[in-house]
Design a protein around this ligand. Structure first.
Ligand SMILES: [Cu+2]
Length: 186
């Protein structure tokens, strides 16, 4: 009377590989979300119109910025291109305050900013607002992409890659299991 001893192997090489690769891929998908601090608000707000130039502008970021010599730089220019920054920016945690000159030409004011994100990377962009009385230049929140450096692939591309890897590994795993079953049946 023969009794075949069946040794279950719940963690085959294919399963382990699948877990490893999916885990790694998910890490890649998740990391861009925690990378850089972003500008989440400003006063005056991007695209807004104010009656007169305020004494200062404030920028609020999503994380505590890194302070140090030259880490925070803001250049504000009016519609005529004149520099209307009124001194050095002051960084306080997630907030940057930039004093402005007493007056500006009416029209579009451009705020170009560069800060160092809490993860140590420089982040920069610009936005505009309008001082009333201008010649009708419409305010536009412009989005220059100095920050495109390590954002490389979009989340959609990563999710597509994960799904593709998943599908390939399931195919390999299924084929391996089927082959094993066939061998057992012989
Ligand atoms: Cu970064």
């Amino acid at each position: 009377m023969s009794h075949r001893i069946h040794t279950p192997r719940p963690f085959s090489a294919a399963t382990a590989l699948l877990a490893l690769i999916v885990g790694f891929a998910l890490t890649l998908v998740a990391s861009p979300a925690v990378a850089h601090d972003e500008l989440i608000g400003s006063s005056p707000a991007a695209g807004s119109e104010v009656d007169a130039l305020p004494a200062e502008i404030t920028l609020t970021f999503s994380g505590v910025l890194i302070d140090g010599a030259g880490t925070t730089q803001i250049v504000v220019t009016d519609a005529s291109g004149a520099d209307i920054t009124g001194g050095d920016p002051v960084l306080d945690g997630t907030k940057v305050t930039q004093p402005l000159a007493a007056s500006a030409a009416p029209g579009l004011v451009t705020v170009v900013w560069r800060v160092v994100s809490s993860d140590g990377h420089p982040v920069s962009d610009q936005f505009t607002f309008t001082v009333a009385g201008g010649s009708g230049a419409s305010p536009e929140a412009s989005a220059s992409a100095d920050d495109a450096g390590d954002g490389g692939m979009s989340p959609a591309v990563w999710i597509g890659a994960v799904v593709a890897i998943f599908a390939a590994l399931i195919a390999v795993f299924t084929a391996t299991s089927a082959a094993k079953r066939r061998r057992t049946e012989d």
